[in-house]
Ligand binder design. Structure first.
Ligand code: NAD
Length: 328
């Protein structure tokens, strides 16, 4: 009988510190680009009664010896009733034998791998001297965005913007002490962007969360919030003038209003997308080329990020003896 390891949110956090998540996700993007990963389109199950969606995300990453899937629910009303908006599990199978190996908390894993993707992009696209960051959205994703960016640039000051002031203040307090740097609540997007060189948008807003005119030359933006065609976090004018890098071209063009809105407005085109992140990782396309350009990493999230992060967490958990094991 196969033995399956069960890893809680805490186990995942211990087994997968952010630098390890960044390394795993970087390798996943390289493998995807080399054509060595299998990534079918994810299945969307719309749940209008719950104001939610469920996504089923399979993939195979031979380099990690794993195949598996993430099943994730995104329920818009949950935060108002004290539940996480995003809840997920990741199932990992042994690729050579097809045996089930593990079930992991996917909620923590999602936040870690999404932050890790932004760290990979930030490292390749932000100015080398960038040291101030702004985060739009003080939820779980905003937290790991800032944590991840701090792993690849020596951030010494950050701002957070969120219409929910109590959440913003909690974010500022906890992230300040967790990361050991001043994190301030900004009262407007303009205030947050005045000095920021790295911007992360991780909101549930359906409309752009800042004005293009407020972006400083040379800013790098990680936009991870929009994965629906009618949802746009980034102004069309920013997309139109930025060097745009996506996590996965087919998925981004199918899913995100951040690209579909400026395309339908005629100010941007799919052909103007500079690269997939994997091309920058492999060095087949350049990242930032001068200090003045605006760069934009647009992520909708892809299953190989989850599988790579899960496989890395599982390997470490086995070494540390974390989690519970049971025979099926
Ligand atoms: N790209 C990916 O791979 C990926 C992965 C996970 C989640 N996401 C998306 O990231 C987003 C954030 O996820 P979360 O779990 O942190 O959500 P959350 O609901 O817990 O937090 C989002 C925060 O955004 C704030 N917000 C709303 N409008 C805003 C605005 N105009 N300006 C600033 N803040 C605003 C809300 O008040 C809330 O505090 C969601 O849309 C989610 O679907 C993307």
């Amino acid at each position: 009988m196969p033995v399956v390891r069960l890893l809680s949110a805490r186990d995942v956090r211990v087994a997968l510190p952010m630098p390890a998540a960044i390394a795993a996700v970087l390798r996943a993007f390289a493998e995807l680009q080399r054509g060595r990963a299998v990534l079918p389109p994810r299945t969307h199950l719309d749940l209008p009664d719950q104001q939610g969606v469920a996504l089923f995300m399979p993939s195979l990453l031979p380099e990690t010896g794993s195949l598996g899937f993430k099943a994730i629910t995104l329920f818009d009303r949950n935060p108002a009733i004290g539940l996480p908006g995003i809840q997920a599990v990741v199932v990992v199978f042994d690729a050579p034998t097809g045996q089930p190996r593990a079930l992991l908390d996917g909620t923590t894993l999602t936040a870690l791998r999404t932050g890790a993707g932004s760290a990979v992009a930030t490292d390749l696209l932000a100015r080398p001297d960038a040291c101030q960051a702004a985060v739009f959205g003080a939820g779980p994703q905003g937290r790991t965005q800032l944590e991840a960016v701090c792993c690849v640039r020596p951030i010494r000051r950050a701002w957070v913007v969120d219409p929910d002031r109590a959440t913003a203040h909690r974010f500022a307090e906890e992230m300040s002490s967790g990361l050991g740097l001043p994190v301030e609540v900004a009262s407007s997007g303009a205030e947050a962007l005045r000095e920021a060189e790295i911007v992360c948008t991780a909101t549930v807003s359906a409309r752009p969360v800042f004005d293009d005119a407020d972006l400083r030359p040379g800013t790098h933006v990680n936009a991870i919030g929009s994965y629906k065609p009618h949802v746009q976090e980034v102004p069309s004018a920013t997309v139109a003038r930025a060097k745009v890098v996506v996590d996965h071209l087919e998925s981004a063009l199918a899913e995100t209003g951040d690209l579909l809105a400026p395309i339908s407005q005629g100010v941007f085109s799919a052909e103007s997308i500079h690269a997939e992140l994997g091309e920058l990782v492999l060095g087949t396309k350049p990242g930032r080329q001068n200090a003045e350009e605006i760069t934009l990493y647009k992520s909708v999230g892809v299953a190989v990020m989850d599988l790579a992060a899960a496989a890395a967490a599982l390997e470490r958990a086995e070494e540390l003896g974390l989690g519970a094991s049971f025979e099926l």
